[in-house]
Design a protein around this ligand. Structure first.
Ligand code: SF4
Ligand code: SF4
Length: 304
């Protein structure tokens, strides 16, 4: 019979074995501290047309509604920070979207990780989440001691910065829990707020999606009605300027290497690409989420 501390150690060592850069564990409590924050954000309409954010309000806050008898939330983090940069003439694409779709890569890792845990702890049951269900992933990552919220509202790890993917495994066995990091990590810095081209960060820690280029170039199905400042897909200006990201560890994980064309294609190239070529080159890319027509619309917006 393992102690809670031993169980946690085994879980973390297996997470590392399956390629996750960090793992923290939080108690599967109700997220009472986020209820008013989420309500206030929705009331202001800052979710823009993402109506799904209004659904499953209780599930977002209560892990018991996602997994029966939930006891622990295992949070894993993997960095997509690399040395690769787009050429100066390339149409701007958020760094996470330069390579293959992370959902597919991380889901496979998560499934393998969970299968391995099941072999070690045959009584365990639960569910893995890779950006796939109503779950407040940044809050769980904070609670499990992996990092904190920046004023940009992005999650920041002290080692890996914000160029990271988070995913979670909610399980029904108890473990030893990590403690959230304590401190005012942003201090007097306001770089993300000052450098957002559309003032989408309305106040520290609050993001208005309607003004955010990332939302406008990916999620907004209608014609974009704000300037997108040369961004073709997503935007990570607020992350680029963050001092924590400037000194974040560069992992260069092979599975997140960029598609060559994403690094080099100019607006002219994007304007001329056929739908067939787009699908061929970006078949496994997150750009497929927006789709060819949306990308074309984004180009028009850049040209305006
Ligand atoms: S992603 Fe871009 S538009 Fe959105 S908050 Fe960050 S800098 Fe502003
Ligand atoms: S840019 Fe500055 S204020 Fe914004 S998240 Fe980073 S440290 Fe915090």
């Amino acid at each position: 019979m393992s102690t809670l501390s031993e169980i946690s150690k085994i879980v973390k060592s297996q997470a590392a074995q399956f390629g996750f850069d960090a793992c923290g564990i939080a108690k599967a409590d109700y997220l009472s501290n986020r209820a008013n924050v989420l309500k206030g954000w929705l009331c202001k309409g800052y979710n823009a047309s993402m109506n799904y954010m209004e659904n499953h309000f209780d599930k977002r806050l209560n892990p018991q509604l996602l997994v029966e008898n939930a006891k622990s939330v295992i949070c894993v983090l993997i960095s997509y920070n690399s040395d690769f940069r787009q050429s100066a003439s390339a149409a701007k694409i958020a760094r996470y979207a330069l390579g293959y779709d992370y959902h597919v890569i991380i889901r496979k890792k998560m499934n393998d990780f969970f299968s391995s845990l099941k072999k070690t702890f045959p009584q365990i049951s639960g569910r893995g989440f890779v950006d796939s269900a109503p779950i407040l992933e940044r809050e769980w990552a904070v609670r499990s001691g992996l990092g904190w919220y920046g004023k940009s509202s992005a999650f920041i790890s002290p080692v890996f910065g914000s160029f990271v993917f988070l995913s979670e495994l909610i399980v029904d066995i108890e473990m030893e829990y990590d403690k959230p990091l304590k401190g005012n990590f942003c201090g007097a810095c306001n770089k993300c707020i000052d450098n957002c081209p559309n003032s989408a960060i309305t106040e520290p820690y609050i993001l208005n999606s309607q003004q955010c280029i990332s939302y406008q170039t990916i999620e907004n199905k209608d014609t974009t009605n704000i300037p997108t400042h040369g961004w073709l897909f997503g935007c990570d200006r607020c992350l680029q300027v963050c001092p924590y990201n400037k000194r974040a560890k560069i992992c260069n994980h092979e599975e997140f290497q960029p598609v060559a064309e994403a690094l080099s294609m100019s607006i002219d190239d994007w304007e001329n690409i056929s739908e067939d070529d787009f699908k061929k080159i970006f078949e496994k890319s997150p750009l497929m989420r927006a789709g060819y027509d949306k990308i074309k619309q984004n180009i028009k917006n850049i040209r305006q």
